[in-house]
Design a protein around this ligand. Sequence first.
Ligand code: SDX
Length: 428
Amino acid sequence: MTEQTATLGVDGSNFTYPVLDGTVGPEVVDIRKLYGQTGMFTYDPGFTSTASCESAITYIDGEKGILLHRGYPIEQLAEKSTFMEVSYLLLHGELPTKSELDEFVYTISRHTMVHEQLATFYRGFRRDAHPMAILCGVVGALSSFYHDSTDITDPAQRMIASHRLIAKMPTLVAMAFKYSLGQPFMFPQNSLSYTGNFLRMTFGVPAEPYEVNPIIENAMRRIFILHADHEQNASTSTVRLAGSSGANPFACIAAGIACLWGPAHGGANEAALNMLREIGDVKRIPEYIARAKDKNDPFRLMGFGHRVYKNFDPRAKVMKATADEVLKELNISDPVLDVAKELEHIALNDEYFIEKKLYPNVDFYSGVILNAIGFPTDMFTALFALARTVGWVAQWNEMIADPEQKIGRPRQLYVGATQRDYIPVGDR
Ligand code: SDX
């Protein structure tokens, strides 16, 4: 197949670059030699047209609303798979056999407890500390407990660290919730599913047995799968950039957690439910739609819009159906869900949202379900981080194993002062 190229003309000279294609999706212009040949950088704040890496983990088609994990559609995984099976798929590239899955689940179950000294870190926080603030701290602190799995050049150590992170996040997130309540931490119970174990550590108490509600367990299974990975989003790119310096995996995941916290990213699920509650009544929706369209108002519809999806977020469709199912099965009628549905209906028929291709994203309906299950809003992003840890870890492993991997070091368009001499303060 003849090699495709792209040519850039600069001041009468032409510079030609190879065009690389993947298995599916947009081709890329390989501009790695551009600065050396032209003395110029490309300029792409927010990386709207930039591929930062090669990856085989997740594929998104924003126009068609397609999300594949190692080729498998998210709709099928959310319906038929388990979070442990999807975790294996993301990490290893193939769906596991029964024995591979059993071994993986057993391995993860060996790492669900945390060092007792780590529990003392929680006591340094105020009881009303945001769970994401706690996670930023304790996940980074994990690196001080596991010196036997921080040598990133050793594939065996990389996998042990990966297993530890996947296994311990439910424990750490549940501990943050317990700490906010002043309740004792619950130890993991490995006879339960990954999701059931998390629910028991979160909502169980030592004084009495905890029965996992299968409806809630199934809803959380889907929610965790829907959040597991999503290509080169901001927090995943943060994990990759931190990893490119050789930082240990625990520090890299802590960096990802910090980035996810932002309301433009994973923090949107908390912000979206708070917004829906503030709207409170379908009669007030037009007021908020007008604010979202007002250039002079910083207000945005939280849970709406996406850098990649321009027709619909396939995860939002599954999340909306799950919200309906869970509230009906739990016999809960939440006016916030009615506001969410009416807001979506009005927005999707409004010229502004149609023209700007703004649709509900994964964060728009998730809060309705999490609220119905009993999580406070400040736990929502921590749950996102719990689920996304396997995606971050899979992407981190893929990057470290890439022989062409080098430290990420973007350049800039400098618009500051040119060189000038120092002026003593008395002469200023
Ligand atoms: C996640 O990247 C991922 O894959 C992320 C994620 C994942 O799984 O990792 O999918 C998870 O982060 C989902 C997104 C959650 N964030 C929100 O719901 C916050 C609200 N949405 C936005 O702030 C915004 O839509 C972003 C951040 C999601 C996307 O921003 P972009 O792609 O940079 O788009 P933009 O800000 O340039 O907006 C384009 C236009 C702008 O108007 P103009 O300047 O062109 O006139 O659309 C407008 C924006 O003002 N706009 C909105 C809007 N989102 C964009 N207007 C009102 N309400 C909104 N929500």
